[in-house]
Design a protein around this ligand. Structure first.
Ligand code: SF4
Length: 351
């Protein structure tokens, strides 16, 4: 039986670059969408040839700013995917968006072409902070898009950033209370990290200390009315992002487009893959099992203890640290204390 693969499609264009952004994207007023789509279609052909008509449970358009894609080009990609693969009737199809790039007509067109989950880059509910971050939209723009999306029959998620130089537990608590008011079923809360190659990396910002960041992280869990299901993700039960959960669980996925990463599984062998034909190399079972531990331990439900995973674990360390690690129902997950030191924990629990 052929292995099902999730599909990630990278859209590497943004209207402008945010000051903290180290993602693979470039500011481009008028992307050449014909060329971009032609390349994505040929990558789809390549994988259909190699893998056959595989089942596809989820498709995720990430970026960059995928909501910039003209909907007729989006339709070309979706139609080609449907021709070449078995896209499940209930497949989760997500598109990332930025406020100000998506009006109601476009949103309806994306939905008409299959989108059933919208992820919105809100980042802050304070206009001064949005300017500081180099975002192009206002809080009003973000609220318009959220409210418009929430009236449609789709799942809606919003991304936020905390840990800005002026942030403390009080500001983060207010942010979480404001998010609660909106009534989202899913949101992502990312700590601001300063990457050296970005404008923020050259500004010598007075960032909160690690302890202050940890206090803010705990404040989020104590204030948001959505349970945490991954280090940075919160959702009402049943509203988790299926695509990401599948990837974190160690399922196979294909990355399409330059800047996309995938893990392809063919005839018992894992391959590290990158979109645009940048990489396709076999991985050892051990290397793949270690990845599964790293991504699985970021989730609250934890990593599935299949044989490949068990083989890379330091069982003695795990048995000696019940305050950090719990094993239940053939899964292993970190306790609240374990999550706070996850990087160190991973170093110790992998052989
Ligand atoms: S919109 Fe997202 S991907 Fe684009 S520059 Fe800003 S942070 Fe980076």
């Amino acid at each position: 039986m052929k292995t099902q693969h999730n599909i990630y499609i990278h859209v590497p264009f943004c209207v402008s670059k945010c000051k903290y952004c180290a993602f693979f994207s470039r500011a481009c007023a008028k992307p050449d969408w014909d060329t971009y789509v032609t390349r994505i279609l040929s990558e789809i052909d390549y994988w259909a040839e190699k893998l056959g008509k595989i089942d596809v449970p989820t498709i995720f358009f990430g970026g960059g700013t995928p909501s910039l894609i003209p909907t007729k080009h989006f339709a070309q990609i979706m139609n080609h995917l449907r021709n070449k693969f078995n896209i499940a009737d209930d497949a989760e199809i997500t598109i990332e968006s930025n406020p100000g790039t998506l009006d109601s007509t476009c949103l309806d067109e994306f939905i008409g072409h299959g989108v059933n989950r919208l992820s919105i880059g809100v980042q802050s509910l304070n206009d001064d902070e949005l300017v500081f971050l180099g975002r192009r939209h206002s809080v009003a723009d973000a609220m318009r898009l959220i409210e418009s999306a929430m009236t449609r029959d789709i799942r809606v998620s919003a991304d936020f950033i905390y840990g800005l130089p002026n942030h403390n537990t009080k500001t983060v608590e207010k942010l979480c209370r404001d998010i609660n008011q909106i009534g989202l079923n899913h949101c992502s809360m990312y700590e601001l990290t300063i990457e050296p190659t970005t404008p923020f990396g050259k500004m010598n910002l007075d960032m909160p200390s690690n302890n202050e960041m940890a206090d803010m992280y705990n404040t989020i869990a104590n204030t948001l009315n959505l349970p945490r299901y991954e280090v940075s993700n919160y959702a009402r039960a049943g509203f988790e992002c299926r695509h990401n959960q599948n990837v974190w669980d160690g399922d196979a996925y294909i990355g399409l487009g330059v800047g996309a990463a995938g893990r392809v599984f063919i005839d018992g062998t894992w391959y590290e893959q990158m979109g645009g034909g940048a990489k396709f190399e076999p991985m050892s079972i051990t290397a793949r099992a270690i990845e599964k531990v790293i991504t699985g331990m970021r989730t609250m439900r934890g990593v599935l203890l299949a044989n490949d995973v068990k083989n890379v674990l330091n069982i003695e360390y795990i048995n000696n640290h019940p305050e950090l690690i719990i094993i239940a129902d053939n899964r292993m997950h970190a306790t609240d204390d374990g999550i706070m030191i996850l990087d160190d924990l991973l170093v110790n629990l992998i052989k």
